[in-house]
Design a binder for this molecule. Structure first.
Ligand SMILES: [Zn+2]
Ligand SMILES: [Zn+2]
Length: 434
């Protein structure tokens, strides 16, 4: 079985780098992955997969942090100009770029899902001549949008894996689902897809990332513990403007309300039950030197090692926002921009991945389970699957990184694409082989 798998993998390798580079060049950020999804859907249909997309794959009401209509319209137009299928793009109106693609094999067997994220970062690609995307002509042509996390590689791996799997359909049993999710950055994309049924009935789920904690080419982390649950929100305080010299008493100072809230949010008592975080990353407020500030916005996030702990932190944030607004006679509103659950890979699935990784002979550092200490909205899919009795893991495939993730100088060693594809292929065959 593994010989046939290797043959199929060898056949798709020559195209892997080209696909990754094409996606890198046409980077699209959260909820605007129109071209990426269009290319991927077309390919998946060609391979014989049954695609669920648009409003059927993304629950519109649950979408968070969606760009304004005009921005979406501009990006839809750009996608078509850059080669996307106009009909497919039209079906993704409103930013519903997520989709899943199924293949059911003749013999009954497990329902396995593999998930890949598609979005790039709101980062400008650096213009250094020695940055490889510049030197080799595949730097992003979309300004302010850059694949600085490696999701271009993830989509390339997903499509290659889909081709390998389709080529082995006679050797496999059960049903496989490829989930291509938008808006992983800001942890916004998984929940609306889960609400639309993306992981309903899934018994086993695999997710993966290039690099991250596995920042050397020979390293692989087969399972991840302690994804942090997180909530992202903007809180707007609304006051009343007034002349700062002759009538400050007539004003209601929204900037002071926001500042009061900010300081007290950072003073939320930490829980004895586990790790928590709070960061107010941005405070925007006021109008001018001599105007009582009528408006201020806090851009913040909470995290917790469990979903309950994140809920505790965010509950306190809400209580403090209300109290601070009351104290300064201001109004306030909370706009949730993103969030995800905590999560933990199943040790037995991670052990299975580790066995396959060791058998490949290309990894000199196989780590079975590692604390993640960050958030990834794959954990929303995985914990949903687990809550229904299924199992899952999240794999980090080692790559030498030219700079940290989300940095304009980011790039990765492309041999990690082949390693990731091979490892995922082996895991699928192991779970679904006849
Ligand atoms: Zn990222
Ligand atoms: Zn990422």
């Amino acid at each position: 079985m593994n010989t046939l798998l290797q043959e199929k993998i060898n056949a798709v390798i020559p195209n892997l780098v080209a696909v990754r580079r094409d996606l890198h060049k046409h980077a699209e950020s959260a909820w605007t992955e129109f071209r990426t999804a269009s290319m991927a859907i077309t390919k998946m249909r060609e391979l014989g997969y049954e695609v669920t997309m648009g409003a059927d794959a993304v629950c519109k009401e649950a979408m968070m942090g969606v760009p304004a209509e005009a921005v979406l319209a501009g990006h839809m137009e750009r996608a078509v100009r850059q080669g996307a299928d106009p009909e497919l793009v039209a079906k993704m109106a409103g930013g519903m770029t997520g989709f899943w693609a199924d293949m059911t094999f003749a013999e009954e067997g497990p329902f396995v899902a593999v998930r890949f994220d598609m979005d790039c970062n709101d980062v400008s690609e650096c213009d250094a001549a020695d940055h490889r995307p510049n030197a080799e002509g595949f730097a992003s042509v979309n300004s302010g949008a850059m694949h600085a996390c490696g999701h271009d590689g993830h989509v390339a791996i997903g499509l290659a894996l889909a081709e390998v799997v389709a080529g082995m359909r006679d050797q496999l049993k059960g049903k496989i689902r490829f989930i291509f999710q938008p808006a992983e950055e800001g942890v916004r994309g998984a929940m609306p897809m889960e609400k639309a049924g993306a992981v309903e009935g899934v018994e086993q789920i695999f997710g993966m990332h290039i690099g991250f904690q596995a920042n050397k080419i020979g390293t692989v982390i087969c399972g991840t513990k302690n994804f942090l649950a997180t909530t992202k929100a903007d809180i707007t305080f609304t006051g009343v403007p007034a002349h700062a010299g002759n009538a400050p008493e007539e004003g209601k100072n929204a900037l002071l309300a926001a500042a009061t809230a900010l300081l007290n949010m950072h003073a939320i008592p930490r829980s004895g039950k586990g790790d928590t975080r709070i960061t107010v990353g941005k405070l925007i407020g006021g109008e001018g030197r001599n105007v009582i500030p009528p408006k201020a916005v806090l851009v913040l996030e909470t995290r917790g090692i469990t979903s309950d702990l994140d809920a505790y932190m965010f509950g306190e944030v809400k209580r403090i926002a209300k109290a601070a607004a009351d104290m300064w006679g201001c109004g306030y509103s909370i706009d949730i921009k993103g969030g995800t659950k905590s999560g933990e890979s199943d040790a037995e699935i991670a052990a299975l991945v580790a066995e396959e990784a060791r058998a490949m002979g290309v990894f000199d550092n196989v780590i079975e389970l590692k604390d993640f200490g960050a958030s990834e909205d794959y954990s929303h899919f995985m914990s949903t699957v687990q809550a229904a009795g299924g199992k899952g893991t999240y794999v980090q495939v080692g790559s030498d990184l030219m700079a940290g993730h989300h940095n304009g100088h980011f790039d990765f060693d492309e041999t990690s694409l082949t390693n990731a594809l091979t490892l995922m292929g082996r895991c699928v065959v192991r779970s679904m082989g006849k």
